[in-house]
Structure formats: C-alpha cells, structure tokens
Design a protein around this ligand. Structure first.
Ligand SMILES: Nc1ncnc2c1ncn2[C@@H]1O[C@H](COP(=O)(O)OP(=O)(O)O)[C@@H](O)[C@H]1O
Ligand SMILES: [Mg+2]
Length: 306
C-alpha cells in the first residue's frame, strides 16, 4: 500500500517495500514455517501470537505476532501505522533484557500490507504468568529485577516503552526477564510519535489517565518509571497492584481520588528494603520518581545484600 500523500509527512504510512528498504529490516518472506495452529497461542490487546520455526533450522522456535484488526474500513491503515511504529522502535534494540526482533514476514500477516513481526519464541511465558502460577522464592523474584536493566537500556536510547506490565515481560530460556511489546512505544524527540495513550489502567501512571481538561500527556520516562514500579510490585508480591479492587475503572477512580499503592499487610519478604525503593515510583508528582539508573543501582545493591 502506498503512502497517502494527503497526510502530513510525519504521519505518512510507508509501504512494506519502503519499510524493509529504509530500516534494513530482515525480510523473512518464505523463511518461517507457521505451525498452523487454528487458534493463536497468545492474544494481547491488539495482536495474536502464533508459533512457528525457521525453515533453515526447525529447532529454532519463533513467535509470529499478527495484528488482529477488525473489518472496519480504514482499519488497515491504522494497523499499518501501528506496525510501522512498533517495528521502527523495536528493530534497533539489542540488549540481554529486551526481546530480540528477528524481522518481518510479509507472507504471514493477516493483511497483505501488514507483515507479521517475528521474534524468538519464549517457551517460559511471561513474568506475569510465572509469578502468578509458580510462586517462586524471593531470590528468584529478586533476580527478575534485571528488567530494570532492560528499561535502563531503553531510556538510554530515548525509547519510552509506554505499556510496561508483567504480561509485556517474557522469561527467556535462561529465566532472564525480557521486555517486549513495543506497540505503544515511542522515541523521544521524534516527529510522528504522538499518538494518544491507551494502556493498561492497573500499571499506568496516574497522569496518563483520560484527562478532564483535554490536556493529554503522552507517556514519558517518568510514566515508564511508575509502570516499572507497579510491575516490580507484582513480581515481588505475586499480586497485581490494587488486587483488592476488581474493576480497572474502579482502580482509576481510586487513584484519581488521591490514593496510592500501599504496602500489603502482612508485608511480603524484604519489605524493609524493597518498599523504600519501589514506593517513590508511585509518587503522584512524576518528577519526584527516581530515574531508571537510580533504580538499577538500588535494586542491584539490594540483590547483593540478600
Ligand atoms: N516472543 C514471544 N514468545 C512467547 N510469547 C510471546 C512472545 N511475544 C508475545 N508473546 C505472548 O503474546 C502476548 C501478546 O503479545 P504482545 O507483544 O504483548 O502484543 P499486544 O500488543 O497485543 O499486547 C504476550 O503477552 C505474551 O504472552
Ligand atoms: Mg502486550
């Protein structure tokens, strides 16, 4: 699909050929064997994830991320824009705590112009599932603090994740946390990355809640820090933030009513050391939150002392 010339340049959608050429993405057409599952293995907010393997190496399992879309006219353009944004951010990232991007598979997308995004498949699932289902010991939970390293790398590259939460952190085969899902991510100071936020209430910084005054704040480093703290809280306690409140909408009302996350009672293990590190991440005033570099330092010294 060609770019729409009526759009301002920063909003113009690049065709698949343009995308592949301009960004040096690996074109994986014909190089992935789809497992041909009838139902997706996983579903996210906007995407379905299937599995497959490399044609050249059947032992290498891959995740095939496909935008779901709807039948609404114009949807395909929106999906193309999302795909473009996600691939633009993701393909440059290389870090041991960030899920690798392998390339685009034009033959496996749901629509002709929207290729599937290919990454190594993580059989151990998400950190969210892991802490909920396996009840790991505190040492294992602490080792997951390395997700802070992945976030530090992103912020050093001026990449805002925009939707950090336990279901967007995978467990590698070596049980290392890998930040994933760059569908809501943005690159600071880059034109064309200004879409409104539509993230996950429970893990969202309060300043990003739908505004009453029409002043929309886009995700930034401070909001990522709040999301990191909320994610780390779940990894540590095994329970989602505000787990006593069932509905996300009520969580939002609770927070906009001036309430912040409280230390659970009885306090989970190592509360005397972990709560002073995490609670500043929930500050209502974004500037009062620590930087990711400060968090990496304090979490790592906490791990060393344990
Ligand atoms: N490489 C992967 N390996 C294993 N599971 C994955 C992989 N990528 C995504 N998933 C699973 O699919 C879900 C949805 O993928 P995600 O990238 O978060 O898409 P969405 O933007 O729709 O949330 C994730 O929460 C995770 O459970
Ligand atoms: Mg996701």
């Amino acid at each position: 699909m060609a770019s729409d010339p009526s759009l301002p340049p920063e909003n113009r959608i690049e065709s698949l050929a343009e995308l592949l050429k301009k960004h040096d993405y690996l074109d994986l057409a014909g190089k992935i064997n789809h497992s041909k599952e009838i139902f997706p293995k996983h579903t996210g907010g906007y995407c379905d994830v299937y599995t497959g393997h490399l044609v050249a190496d059947p032992s290498y399992k891959v995740a095939i991320k496909v935008f779901r879309g709807t039948d609404k006219p114009g949807d395909i353009k929106t999906i193309e824009r999302w795909l473009n944004r996600e691939a633009v951010v993701w393909h440059k990232l290389k870090h041991e705590n960030v899920l690798s991007f392998l390339g685009l598979a034009p033959d496996l997308g749901r629509f002709e112009a929207c290729p599937a995004l290919i990454s190594p498949y993580c059989t151990n699932g998400t950190v969210g599932d892991y802490v909920q289902n396996s009840n790991p010991p505190i040492e294992t939970r602490l080792s997951l603090a390395r997700v802070a390293r992945g976030m530090e790398y992103l912020h050093e590259q001026d990449v805002i994740h925009g939707d950090l939460k336990p279901s967007n952190v995978l467990m590698s085969d070596e049980n290392k946390p890998l930040v994933c899902d760059f569908g809501r991510s943005s690159i600071l100071y880059t034109r064309g990355f200004t879409t409104k936020f539509a993230g996950s209430t429970r893990y969202q910084a309060p300043e990003l809640f739908p505004p009453e005054n029409n002043v929309t704040i886009t995700p930034n480093k401070c909001s990522d820090i709040c999301a990191f703290g909320l994610t780390a809280f779940e990894v540590w306690t095994g329970k989602p933030p505000f787990s006593e409140i069932i509905y996300d909408h009520s969580v939002m009302m609770h927070i906009t009513g001036g309430n912040t996350l409280q230390l659970p009672s009885p306090p989970p293990g190592m509360a005397d050391r972990l709560w002073p590190i995490l609670s500043p991440c929930f500050s209502i005033t974004p500037e009062n939150r620590p930087t990711i570099q400060e968090l990496v330092q304090s979490l790592e010294s906490c791990v060393q002392q344990s």
